[in-house]
Write a protein that binds this ligand. Sequence first.
Ligand code: MN
Length: 206
Amino acid sequence: MAAKKFYVLPDLPYGADQLEPYITEGQLKLHHDKHHIGYVNGANAILEKLDKARKEGTDFDVKSTLKELSFHVGGHILHSLFWGNMAPAGKGGGGRPVGLLAEEIDREFGSFENFKKEFTKAANSVEGSGWAALTFCRQTSRLMIMQVEKHNVNVYPMFRIFLVIDVWEHAYYLDYKNERGKFVDAFWNIVNWEEVNRRLEELLKS
Ligand code: MN
């Protein structure tokens, strides 16, 4: 196995000011540089703790450790997906779904408008902090919306996620205060549909 034993914070795939006015530079920097890295560091600290405990043969609270690890790993993975499924408005961001994704959305939801409405409701109605995500079920060949609480609750096991929106308050409070709905509406202007379609195609090939 390669030496890659810990998580790494990915760079944003665009400048931090490039998602304005929908996400401001200050908001995006805070989210990526302070919050996302918190999950990377949190997960790595637990991995180090596990390495140490296993090496030294010391006891640790397995249940609470794994619960915490699930939270931090979930946070890291979902944020990494989130940065990649956005792009500057008019430069890859916004517009409508393309390719196979567009076909699958029409097939499952009837129209992009229907999908957008349902996904928006999923995002707006997450209890507390969480995510709305778009996934694909291999057993039924259906697109499915997943509503994640925190970073790891209500997840369908083994379902590849290819579009997410973060609706933790830390994702939008500088720009929209407590108005999650305004942030979710703004999000549609910066969705990178090419990338979301690419992820779906990749999933179907594998
Ligand atoms: Mn977040």
